[in-house]
Design a protein around this ligand. Sequence first.
Ligand code: SF4
Ligand code: SF4
Length: 155
Amino acid sequence: MAEPAFACKRCGHCCQGEGGIVLTRYDRERLAAHLGLEIAAMLEQFAESAGEKQRLRIGPDGFCVFFRHGVGCGVHPGRPDICRAWPYFRGNLVDATSWEMIQTDCPGVVNAAGHESFVDEGVDYLRQHGLIHEPGPEAPLALVLPEALKSRIRK
Ligand code: SF4
Ligand code: SF4
């Protein structure tokens, strides 16, 4: 069997840094339900506004407010789409240079498997998990794919 193009090493690097985890309406509903909170209370405690959008807050350690060192995501079953989709973001699928560059920060991406395999695996994964978004005010841009990728057949 071919080597997988991605196998998460659980290093937590993708949970570090500010601003990337934008919440769609469905993300807000799912996360609030997971936490047993009303949506407004969940947003009050764990999110902040970024223009028209809501995004997860960062803790004093520079990681997502839900990240638990040594454990991982503290809301794994309720995590947002953008977290479910990484590293299969549009930029990394359409551009082999971006795919090369993310390997510095994401050791789960297997360089030896090659970019084409990464794209095949990624598009399949995004399809299977309902993570491809249509354009819209709330759509995470990283999950809005060009038509050529949406209709791609595994090579
Ligand atoms: S940076 Fe990559 S390998 Fe590390 S936890 Fe995130 S997805 Fe997994
Ligand atoms: S919600 Fe979970 S997976 Fe997403 S950034 Fe926060 S800790 Fe990481």
